[in-house]
Design a protein around this ligand. Sequence first.
Ligand code: FUL
Length: 495
Amino acid sequence: MNKRFIKLIVAAVCFCCSVQAQDEPSVAPPKPFGPVPTAAQLAWQQMEMNMFCHFGPNTFTGKEWGDGTEIEDIFNPTALNCDQWAAVAKSAGFKGIIITAKHHDGFCLWPNPVSEHTVAQSNWRNGQGDVLRELSDACRKADLKFGVYISPWDRNAPTYGSPAYNETFLQTLQSALTQYGPIYEQWFDGANGEGPNGKKQVYDWPAFNGQVYKLQPNAVIFSDVGPGCRWMGNEQGVNGRTCWSRLDIAGYEPGALAPTQDTLNVGNYNGANWIPAETDVSIRPGWFYRDSEHPKTLQELLKIYYTSVGRNSLLLLNVPPDQRGRIATEDSARLVEFRQALDQIFADDLAKHSYIVSTSNYRFQDSHSEELKNQYKTIYAIYDDDYDIYWATDDSVHSAYVELEYVRPLTFNRVLLQEYIPLGQRVEQFHIEVMNEDGTWRTIAEETTIGYKRIVLTEKVTTKKVRIVIDKSRACIVLNKIGLYLDTISKFDTL
Ligand code: FUL
């Protein structure tokens, strides 16, 4: 082809496009609905599972709450190995580690210059040790994100119970948040008891949060009321079947002034802020390591996975290092089992085996433009794994179904759905139907919210047709994932 001819074709195509563009709406993605996550909150939610490490004087005294009078030498790990913690975290599929840099006893795992109760006052490594340094280095090497738990409640600080303590606490944050690279999450515990003087502290939360954001702008701040992510109301790992990532926080504070635990578990339907749920739960009965305790079973961990990650929450699983400063073999072995089970359950997405996918609506389906039609097709939620490509309905369509059809009957018992949360959380009611052999439809699950990720446990069904029916969405439907799986490992059908 000569060059002139090519130019002619290009001109003709451009002309056609511009004519078409005039009578078609522009390629408009759905508008966000309600509050939406920040980039940091989205990246945080996509981590899905992280490891919590409770470690400190309590590891050596067997207590859950130290009273702040422990001599510093009690902290004496004989073979601290943070690379081993990181390796365990990686093998379990965790994306980050949060350490109790300072628990309620006030003991700091790093040489905090504004405290006399730290590793620097202990004999461990002749007072030269720094657990935050070793763990942050190990995380960096292993490509894990690093976060810190720094308890405002301090049963050792002499100024606790006076305004001076708030200043000391800001300096503590300054020290912990500036030396160890990026901090992906700052964990603030709501517990607020008495200090060494028998007095309680009036915390300056706005100043604490402001300090974190000033020093670590991308950190997600955890507390009962966020502002980055919220406690989900219990320590058993069970989120509400309904779980909104929205929360009202005006007039509330972490601790005694927080919303009720039931509210934290479910979120607020019309909550003004995007504050998703985080599930902190321990692999063992206690938060700190004790020889006499043992990790949860695989079945218990799988249940927790389904009631946390599977219910629109992030799982922060506590795996406490022992007195050597290592994670015990029984815990690491259990985590490998857990990872293998999840990998096996979710290896084969049976939705992708369907040979016909039909839907009652997709955005621009009535358009003449192939370009427009191709933007938001339902098949993207099934066959395409790109997070940012999704099925969306027209703005006026707030209920719709997707039907998957199979050549041969398929057997499944898990349905995984994801809303595209950069545009907010929308779905408030949905159900799942399967076709019986006689051609009639049967409902096998009725649920409410979806959010970032929802995994519905159903009975084990064998069918040639499945329908995911979104009954009620608060704006047009935007789903970026519909998956079907067969879990043959869990020994439970419902939760
Ligand atoms: C609680 C604390 O009081 C526990 O000791 C533990 O650290 C847990 C994660 O948070 O509020």
